[in-house]
Design a binder for this molecule. Sequence first.
Ligand SMILES: [Zn+2]
Length: 277
Amino acid sequence: MNKQQTIKSEVSFSGIALHTGARASLTIKSAPENTGIIFKRIDLPGAPEVKAIATNVVDVRRGTTLASGEGKVYTVEHVMAPLHALNIDNAIIEMDGMEPPISDGSALEYFTAIKDAGTIVQDAEAQYISPREPIFFEYNGTKMFCRPADELRIDCVTDFNSKDFGTQYMDIVIDTESFENEVCSARTFVEYKDLGMLLQMGLCQGGSLDNAAIIHNGAIVCKESLRFHNEIVRHKVLDLVGDLYLCGCRVNAHIIAIKPGHPTNVQLAQLIMKQYS
Ligand SMILES: [Zn+2]
């Protein structure tokens, strides 16, 4: 049996956050077995903790926001995804603001630093969750299918109605190595037509070509060249790996996700958990 793991030495990050535009720092620290992943807002009185679990999700517009009591943390998915892929079961993530730094819009910096920090194997057995029954649902043009499996396999499709990158597809079994090579460096995308609305909603305040690529008139605008020909769908897989970790433990499932987003990723995590409640 696999054992639970935590991070060996603490790692810190700082920089601009995507949606709030605020500067923030974040430190990932080791935690005892059966702690799970906990965000801690050390800038607030009493340093409230927010457990990274799907029942604590309060907002899914353009990012996954968690809240519990006085604590609230925005856009957790790019931190959660590498923790999931690296099998870090237990960690305390101290933050001095409400949103993690966006870095380059991918999970590369988080993944590399957490991997380099190393892991401590703990005594307790690692917990896995797999759906007991197949799950299917549709929402707003998204279709999600999920069935039991003994690994995390994701088939993902995106479609942006462009002749250059119209339909993108990825079929991947997620483990530390495949996530590192195929997923973690894929960057965030935003559609130009949505930018005005997002800014009006108070989102994307820290967005720039340093941390996001923009889809406009059937073309992709970004600072450097694309990292993968199908970078969009790879980033969708990244978000899904992060959001699924809100099941509270490692996930074993085969998921077919057609045009997924945070609302449906989180709904899937909640539906898997519900089968055990
Ligand atoms: Zn993302």
